[in-house]
Write a protein that binds this ligand. Structure first.
Ligand SMILES: [Zn+2]
Length: 145
């Protein structure tokens, strides 16, 4: 049996993902498209996932890959959902980003290439990292039961 949670097939191969902007545009809302595919940034404090009330997992808004856990979420005061680490090695890729006259490290979903946000070296223990992520790049799935 299938339910609504299966509407994004998390076992899909990369070849099943949209390949062009047009295909992505058909799958994503305009707001998600602007962030995930065009590296936009949602306004600070605007995101739906800044605060969540239950434990769960944050999946990629583009492909459904599991990216972050509420276990690693913390209140950074930045206005964007913030995490100390990804759920697993290799699911997030880092890229040198020198746009806007800054030198930052962009983070993207390793599976679909969707833009997530940036990672900064000013986070809390134990990693010292702060994954600063757009709510629009994520979906939240509360834990069962
Ligand atoms: Zn993805």
């Amino acid at each position: 049996m299938t339910d609504q949670a299966d509407r994004i097939n998390t076992t899909a191969e990369p070849g099943d993902l949209p390949a062009t902007d047009e295909e992505w545009r058909a799958r994503l809302s305009p707001e998600r498209f602007a962030v995930l595919r065009k590296k936009g940034t949602e306004p600070a404090w605007s995101g739906d996932l800044l605060h969540v009330d239950s434990a769960g997992v944050f999946t990629c808004g583009g492909c459904g890959a599991q990216l972050f856990s509420t276990d690693d979420k913390f209140e950074s005061g930045s206005g964007w959902p913030s995490f100390t680490r990804a759920m697993a090695d290799g699911i997030i890729e880092e890229h040198d980003d020198r746009s806007f006259g800054m030198r930052r490290t962009e983070i993207t979903c390793a599976r679909c290439g969707g833009h997530l946000g940036h990672v900064f070296p000013d986070g809390p223990r134990p990693t010292g990292l702060r994954y600063c992520v757009n709510s629009l790049s994520l979906e939240f799935r509360p834990s069962e039961g």
